[in-house]
Design a protein around this ligand. Structure first.
Ligand SMILES: [Ca+2]
Ligand SMILES: [Ca+2]
Length: 320
């Protein structure tokens, strides 16, 4: 902790007491020693925003005879002499009645000042209540005003597809692909999207889409809708790709930049033969195959029985 303490010059004491009939008070501070302390407390402290200023403005030995007031001013630069001689002091708005040790002089808001070095001046004026004479003593304290830290900008978050893979039934009409916004939602952002063929073909299996998804401030998700085209062709499951790109507005793209959308086929090879509805086409087809197989094996059995009989008959015939 550093105090700037200004002891009173002896001559000041004499001056102040010249009507008090003596020089007996040499070296005896009838009126205030002056001190200013800025918290934090080293010269050329860096201040930002609001700073509490402390000081001591004691009244000296006889408060009944001496009244003390203070005020705090400031001046650009680091040389109090230059300030006193060629520049003007500006008020911090801090002033009041002295008479206390280590008192809070006031809180100084320096946030509107240009960054740089300033000299703080604590002016303490002592008034002799008896004679009406007064004297002001100044103390100076250089400080550095730093720019106030800017408010941190909230994160805009990043965009990505909600999953690396999606599935939709061929007769599901529409696939909804969710794009999520993670890690923040500040400000308006956007991202482009597009579909491309995998084994599925745009125009016959799905309707190609592309465009820009806009996320307003605070919006956390958006949906890409892809129309799925149903047919009666059995072609197995097919897939297409969905991709994001060109993030704008301070956002980025997360891990899921692309995704696979699988269209699950709902058609079967035997549908034309035995699509009877409730049981689906597969089971009737298997049943038909089973019946044919059994008929076939039974026919083979009859054929073998007939050939054995014929063979036995001919043997018998030949034994005669
Ligand atoms: Ca179909
Ligand atoms: Ca199909």
């Amino acid at each position: 902790m550093i105090y700037f303490l200004r002891g009173l010059p002896l001559g000041d004491a004499v001056w102040f007491n010249e009507s008090q009939n003596s020089g007996l008070l040499y070296g005896d501070p009838l009126y205030s020693p002056v001190a200013v302390r800025v918290n934090p407390v080293n010269a050329f402290d860096t201040l930002t925003g609001v700073t509490d200023l402390f000081g001591s403005t004691v009244n000296g030995r006889d408060p009944a005879r001496v009244l003390t007031n203070y005020q705090v001013d400031f001046c650009p630069g680091d040389d109090f002499f230059v300030c006193d001689q060629t520049q003007s002091w500006s008020s911090t708005g801090i002033n009041g009645a002295g008479g206390n040790v280590d008192q809070l002089l006031g809180s100084w808001d320096s946030s509107s000042l240009a960054p740089g070095t300033y000299v703080l001046r604590l002016a303490v004026t002592s008034v002799n209540r008896i004679t009406g004479r007064s004297q002001t003593l100044n103390d100076y304290y250089p400080v550095v005003i730093a720019p106030a830290p800017a408010d941190p900008v909230p994160p805009a978050g990043s965009l990505q597809l909600s999953a690396p893979t999606y599935n939709v039934a061929e007769n599901g009409l529409t696939a909804s692909i969710i794009v999520t916004r993670d890690g923040g939602s500040f400000g308006a952002v956007s991202v482009d999207y597009t579909t491309s063929d995998g084994s599925a073909t745009a125009g016959s299996d799905y309707t190609a889409v592309s465009g820009t998804l806009a996320f307003a401030d605070g919006v956390l998700s958006q949906i890409i809708s892809i129309d799925i085209l149903d047919d009666l062709v059995s072609e197995g499951d097919e897939f297409l790709l969905v991709a994001l790109g060109n993030p704008a507005g301070g956002t980025g793209i997360g891990a899921n930049m692309t995704a696979t959308l699988t269209i699950t086929d709902d058609d079967s090879v035997t549908q034309g033969l035995a699509d009877t509805g409730a049981g689906g086409p597969i089971i009737p087809a298997l049943w038909l195959l089973l019946v044919l197989s059994r008929l076939c094996s039974r026919w083979k059995f009859y054929a073998r029985e007939m050939s054995v009989s014929i063979w036995a008959g001919s043997q018998a015939g030949s034994a005669r």
